[in-house]
Ligand binder design. Structure first.
Ligand SMILES: [Cu+2]
Length: 441
């Protein structure tokens, strides 16, 4: 239903109604399917489109550290197969856990299709309990919506269900388990669902990235995420990976870059911040925003269950941090039970306490930088406060952190290594001369 129909059917009268009608009269309904590209008209009034093809109809998205779910076309229908199963997943070098995902991956592969496509998605359940899949934000018939018990029978272990629907919209969406959600989402059962427009309103992006946020509680030394955790998450991820396990986003100077954020963390919202740029938020929950509503910014709050899509021109070369701005969300396996020793004189404490606690080391009297770099002995399968060596020293970051790498004259989109800062553009130690001149003595 178009918005105009809605107003007509809702019987909106009076000035407010007229204003609303005239304001929306020229504006296309973002959810109404464009008719361009229509091949035939079905007798029942549904529109028939030929299956959208990568390259011809869309530029495929890139899922850093992930993949796109393959499909085959059978009688004009795109056929996909998701397999829900246990996955031995690496979050970052040094930390693995037994998670639940799809097709051997955490999160599941990105589903990608085109507005108007007819889809048939098989879901096979190889988990020890029943499951079902919900297509989050995608407009589907009620019986395809995937809420176990409400819309369908749960898929029992060993069973395969099929979901069939035609895509009536375009934008950034998600999919996730909707049976025993608390357990299954905490263990990783979700992915992104991208629907390209049949007829794009503007130029296609050169680089179209997909990043899904999540959070996990994995106690140090264990290898199972804790699904009952409500507040204290210690592994924060983009596409199931924690820095330094996150792959960089690489773009060429001048590229039109799109980043599609989705958040299916169990509990928390993430303000995602990009350095070096202002972006435009072009889409919220898969709804394209009219140009006048596309806010400029460099931080976008992605609440649980939301998607936010941003666009910008990569006109500022360099290695630019992009991360959740909650400081504990850019740490690896940091707990909140450590004593606050900032400002405390701890000299000699290690020897005294060491008599009773072998290997005791007081931490953090002058801040906590360098904890990861020290390479403290850590329990097996844990990455407490781990960061990574960078071009200019150790990067004290972890978790929901990645790097946008923009370069002139790239010939491939492989990781180009660290940025070479042009002379005179790097923060450096001030000379006596400088300080004398500018700060006086
Ligand atoms: Cu966060």
């Amino acid at each position: 239903m178009t918005r105009r129909n809605f107003f007509a059917k809702a019987g909106v009268t009076g000035l407010a109604g007229l204003l609303a009608q005239s304001a929306t009269a020229d504006e296309p309904d973002p959810h109404q399917m464009s008719t361009n590209g229509r091949d035939t008209n079905q007798a029942d009034g549904t529109q028939q489109f030929s299956p959208g093809e990568p390259g011809r109809d869309y530029t495929p998205v890139i899922t850093p550290n992930g993949t796109t779910l393959p499909y085959k076309v059978i009688d004009g229908v795109k056929v996909f197969h998701l397999i829900a199963e246990e996955v031995d997943h690496e979050f970052a070098p040094g930390l693995r856990a037994q998670c639940w995902g799809f097709n051997g991956q955490v999160h599941g592969p990105t589903i990608e299709a085109v507005e108007g496509d007819k889809l048939r998605i098989y879901v096979t359940n190889k988990l020890p309990e029943s499951t079902s899949v919900h297509w989050h934000g995608v407009l589907v018939p009620n019986g395809m919506d995937g809420v176990g018990g409400l819309n369908q029978k749960p898929i029992e272990p060993g069973e395969t269900y099929k979901y069939e629907f035609q895509l009536r919209q375009h934008g950034t969406y998600m999919y996730h388990s909707h049976t025993d959600d608390m357990t299954q989402i905490a263990l990783g059962m979700m992915g992104m669902f991208i629907i390209h427009p049949r007829q794009p309103a503007g130029p296609r992006p050169h680089r179209d990235f997909v990043l899904m946020s999540s959070e996990w509680r994995i106690d140090v030394g264990t290898s199972r995420p804790v699904p009952t955790e409500m507040t204290d998450f210690n592994v924060l991820t983009f596409n199931g990976r924690a820095f330094p396990g996150t792959a960089p986003l690489v773009a060429k100077t001048g590229d039109r870059v799109k980043i599609r954020f989705g958040n299916l963390s169990p509990m928390e919202h993430h303000p995602i911040h990009l350095h070096g740029y202002y972006w435009k938020v072009v889409e919220m929950d898969g709804s394209p925003l009219p140009e006048t509503a596309q806010q400029l910014g460099n931080t976008v709050l992605v609440a649980v269950g939301q998607t936010r899509t941003v666009e910008f021109i990569a006109d500022n070369p360099g290695d630019w941090a992009m991360h959740c701005h909650m400081t504990h969300h850019t740490m690896n396996q940091m707990g909140h039970n450590a004593a606050n020793l900032i400002g405390v004189r701890t000299r000699g404490l290690d020897k005294k306490v060491g008599k009773f606690l072998q290997g005791y080391m007081p931490m953090g009297e002058s801040g906590m930088a360098g904890m990861g770099e020290m390479g403290m002995p850590a329990p097996r399968n844990s990455i407490p406060m781990l960061g990574a060596p960078g071009k200019h020293g150790y990067i004290d970051m972890g978790g929901m952190f990645t790097v946008l790498k923009v370069r002139d004259n790239l010939t491939t989109y492989e990781d180009p290594g660290w940025y070479e800062n042009p002379t005179g553009t790097l923060a450096s130690l001030a000379s006596q001369e400088d300080m004398q001149r500018d700060l006086g003595g």
